[in-house]
Design a protein around this ligand. Sequence first.
Ligand code: NAG
Ligand code: NAG
Ligand code: NAG
Length: 322
Amino acid sequence: MANLRVLFLALVALIALEQCLVQANMYKTTVFNWGRQNGAVYNEGNDLSLTLNNISGCGIQTKKQFLFGSMEMQIKLVPGNSAGTVTAYYVRKKPGHDQEPLLYSLLLMLRPSSLLFCVCMQMSSSGDRHDEIDFEFLGNLSGQPYVIHTNVFTQGVGNREQQFYPWFDPTADYHNYTIHWNPTHIVWYVDGLPIRVFRNYESIGIPYPNKQAMRAYSSIWNADNWATRGGLVKIDWNSAPFVARYRQFRPRACRWMGLRSITECAASTAANWWTLPAYGSLSYAEVGQMNWVRNNYLIYDYCKDTYRFGAQMPPECSQQQF
Ligand SMILES: *[C@@H]1O[C@H](CO)[C@@H](O)[C@H](O)[C@H]1NC(C)=O
Ligand SMILES: *[C@@H]1O[C@H](CO)[C@@H](O)[C@H](O)[C@H]1NC(C)=O
Ligand SMILES: *[C@@H]1O[C@H](CO)[C@@H](O)[C@H](O)[C@H]1NC(C)=O
């Protein structure tokens, strides 16, 4: 029995390793889940464009589901004044537009006049008590900075937003946005710099996304009724179409094979590279990088928002953050 199990883990490892060596061909690994006519996969499956026009946005999702690993994508955000557009890249169980009510209230609450559109990256599972990891980019008037928006849902509950300014122009070129996710923590990376960590505090009763398979999703949609001042700023369709470009999608993650993956993808084996000690916590250098980002570019941290939570601060906020 023991031998069989080892053999199986080795097989999983081979699959993961294969995914690790080459970027995914998006013809093979993804499928459009809405607005097919506004999306294009080109350059032999390496590149993707998602377009929003006055008729529709569009979105893709991975065919496969995953538990732990990393999701990497190079994204070039919509340039110019694309007020009200939302682009999403994410791994989650539900399509991204389900989130509008949450973001709507959040944006109103945070910076009523500052946000015009959004580009997002998320990972998610499905169902009422879904898990989700968000990496999103909220726009502003032309020439104004984007806001990088992050959140984690566990068992259907989010409210864990942190926001940053990018330290570069995200519309000028492609940048590397990666979600790293293992049994110990989730790390959001921008061009290799960690910007946020969410640690597993299941031991003190905080749910952690480690039991539900996730897909990666990406989409762009019209959000001008919620992303901007409660809808006061509308998309200027004269500037349409709005195009977000993606390339080098690399899902280096443990493929979900059913419930047995809950233990198999979390097993500390050399094959499950995401469980190696090196990935269990940030290195000294990474902590320094993250402190630089957070000291200079952090805009909003839910753990600091006593106005919002009052005496009921989320329990993880009083724990070590990374
Ligand atoms: C959408 O935009 C096209 C091109 O600008 C325009 O011809 C068309 O009338 C618009 N459609 C709607 C429904 O606004
Ligand atoms: C865009 O963002 C900047 C920086 O946060 C902010 O000062 C400005 O008010 C925003 N623009 C609009 C139109 O809200
Ligand atoms: C993108 O960033 C991730 C996380 O730091 C890193 O593992 C990966 O190698 C980077 N990809 C490229 C193409 O540099």
